[in-house]
Design a protein around this ligand. Sequence first.
Ligand code: PDD
Length: 279
Amino acid sequence: MTEQVYLNGEYLPLADAKVSVLDRGFLFGDGVYEVIPAYNGRLFRLDEHIARLNNSLAGIRLPMPQSVADWEAIFQPLLEGDKDQYIYLQITRGYAPKRDHGFPEQVVPTVFAMCSEIKPFAGRFNGIKAVTLDDTRWQLCNIKAITLLANILLRQEALDQGAAEAILVKNGYVSEGAASNLFVVIEGELITPPKNNEILPGITRDVILELAEANGIPYKEDIIALEALQTASEVWVASSTREILPVVELDGTPVGDGKPGPVWQRMDALLQAYKKSLS
Ligand code: PDD
C-alpha cells in the first residue's frame, strides 16, 4: 500500500506530496510542528498538543482557526490500526512570490501531516549514554519551531560521541535534551526544570508529573545546576517518541550505579499502565 499523507486539504501518496521551493518553510524554516502519539488507534492528549500548537502559532504570529475536532478529522484517516504511532504535523507560513524576510501580504499556510510507527527505543531497558553540551539555541525554545538547526547539531555531536542524547547547559544550569525534557532524582526527589522560554513544554513531561502526583512520588519543578546533575542518582530524558529513557552514563561517568534506577522503573511501569488504560 502506498503511504498516504495529508497536504493542504488533500490525502495523497507520499511521493506525490510536493510544495513549492518558494515555501517559507523551505527558505527560512518559517513554521512550527507537533508530534502527537496515538496508542491503540487513539490520539494521545490531543487537546494539550493542539493547545501547544496554538501557542507556537501565536508565537510566530500565524494564528489558524482550526478547532481540536477539525484537527482530529484531518489526522484520523492517517492512523493505521492499533499499533503505537505518531502524527507529525507541520505548518509553515506558506508560499510567497519572492524571498523576503518580512511576512508576505497574503499568507496561505502550508499544512502537512503524516503518520509514522513508534518503535520502542533500543536501549530503553539498559539505559542510554548522554553528554552535556552548551545550549546554543535561541531564546524562544517554548515555540515548537521547525527551525531545528541547533538541536540537530547538538544531537549529532552527542551521536558522534557515542551517546543517544545531548543534555543542554545554559549559564551553569541544565535546561532539557536536544529533543527531550530532562528529569533527575536527587535524594529520592524527582526534579525537572520549570516551564519557561528555555524549554519546550513537553506533553510527556506533564504526564510524568501527573503520575508522580497521583502515586505519591515526591517531585518538584526547579532549576538544576550542572553540579547537581552530576550528583543525581537518576537522570532521565522524556519525549513522545522515545517515552522515558534512563541515562546510565553521563559524560563518560556512571549515573548512580550505572543501571536504570528504581524511580525510573516505577515511573516507566506507571506510564505503560496508563497507556494501556486508555484503550
Ligand atoms: N521533540 N524538548 C524538545 C526540545 C523536544 O524536541 C521535545 C520533543 C520535547 C518533548 O516533548 P513531548 O513530550 O511533547 O514530545 C522536549 C519531538 C518528539 C521531535 O522533535 O521529534
